[in-house]
Design a protein around this ligand. Structure first.
Ligand code: SF4
Length: 350
């Protein structure tokens, strides 16, 4: 897969674009003013593989809280601002590594300019975000409603406005909850701009529907070499966004490392509680992110041993017990209740 050739833009100690690995982002759902809760959530997400974190800045107290949050986290902090340009300025002064604004709702060009000047002073990038829900009236009229072309034109207009102010440290996001519109929008903008793209399907939904919509949308976009950083938006725990984001990147071969779990769907031959075991294994292996291996959790001796043999390590279930296999060899038979701990022991040796 060839990556689109985009500008490299530094965000804190990370770089997006310019052929660098696609970074995973999420957004806190804590109150930003609650420093303790926000820092706790950011650190959990960081341990799970989050590269960049965004927080909402709805008021001055939140903008002020960024100072303390910054001291206690290790990944770049992005401030998300709507409407009030003063919040953007205060967030930059508090140490935000990037700000996300929609210049369309910040107000007059003077206010946008004030934000741009502050970003220049602190040398941080601005993400220009355009959502299908906030498309300008003239573009709605021009395109007869919300369309990919309209979203792209809106984003490019805003980019031009900031470029005219002499600032080019920009990242673009164009989002729509309509997956096909989102894909088309990214194809169009990637052909017309070389700024890094923050890709996501907005308001994608709850865990299941959000993960599926994001996987389809991001999968198609990323597979074309478009996209420099992603966010999977889910109505739920942001931790799930990180897990989904990592899996999407790994599935596309854009990220290496970590334990991949393959497990069978179970059928009438299954004689152990494989569904529970597979879930426990998935949870357990997340602590072994430094390993780059495949773990198979299979229900029976029909397909089980074959699949388990192909994996670096695996279980093939029997009746109340299972075979533990490593690199194609049966290591031993283990009673069902000890399969998880036996697998964990082997992983620790690896
Ligand atoms: S591995 Fe065995 S238990 Fe699992 S689905 Fe296949 S045949 Fe059924």
């Amino acid at each position: 897969m060839s990556r689109q050739n985009t500008k490299a833009i530094r965000i804190g100690d990370r770089v997006v674009g310019g052929g660098n690995p696609v970074l995973i982002q999420s957004m806190c759902n804590t109150k930003t003013q609650d420093v303790e809760a926000t820092v706790r959530q950011i650190n959990i997400l960081t341990n799970a593989g989050c590269d960049i974190i965004r927080v909402a800045v709805p008021d001055m107290e939140a903008a002020e809280a960024l100072k303390e949050i910054k001291k206690q986290i290790t990944i770049p902090l992005v401030a998300d601002i709507h409407f009030d340009y003063r919040l953007a300025i205060a967030s930059i002064e508090s140490g935000a590594d990037k700000i996300r604004i929609n210049p369309g709702n910040i107000g007059s060009p003077d206010r946008v300019r004030a934000v741009v000047e502050k970003a220049r002073e602190y040398d941080i990038p601005i993400r220009v975000g355009v959502n299908s829900g906030s498309l300008e009236k003239n573009l709605l009229e021009k395109y007869g409603g919300v369309t990919a072309e309209g979203i792209v034109e809106s984003a490019l207009d805003k980019i031009r406005m900031i470029e005219d102010m002499g600032y080019e440290k920009l990242v673009i996001s164009i989002k729509s909850s309509d997956v096909l519109m989102c894909i088309k929008g990214h194809e169009l903008i990637a052909a017309r701009s070389d700024y890094p793209l923050h890709v996501g399907i907005t308001e994608a939904g709850t865990l299941t529907s959000g993960t599926i919509k994001s996987s389809v949308g991001l999968g198609i976009i990323l597979h074309q070499g478009i996209g420099d950083t992603i966010r999977v938006s889910l109505t739920g725990d942001p931790l799930e966004e990180i897990k989904a984001g990592k899996l999407i990147l790994k599935t596309l071969g854009l990220r290496k490392g970590g334990v991949e779990v393959v497990s069978c769907p179970t059928c009438g031959r299954t004689r152990i509680d494989l569904i529970a075991l597979a879930n426990q294994v998935e949870e357990m292996v997340s602590r072994f992110d430094h390993l780059d291996i495949k773990v198979a959790v299979m229900g029976c001796a029909v397909n089980g041993p074959g699949e388990a043999r192909e994996a670096d390590i695996g279980i093939a279930g029997g009746i109340g017990e299972g075979l533990l296999m490593k690199k194609g060899e049966i290591i031993r038979k283990v009673p069902e209740e000890h399969l998880l701990s036996a697998l964990q022991e082997e992983l620790m040796k690896m």
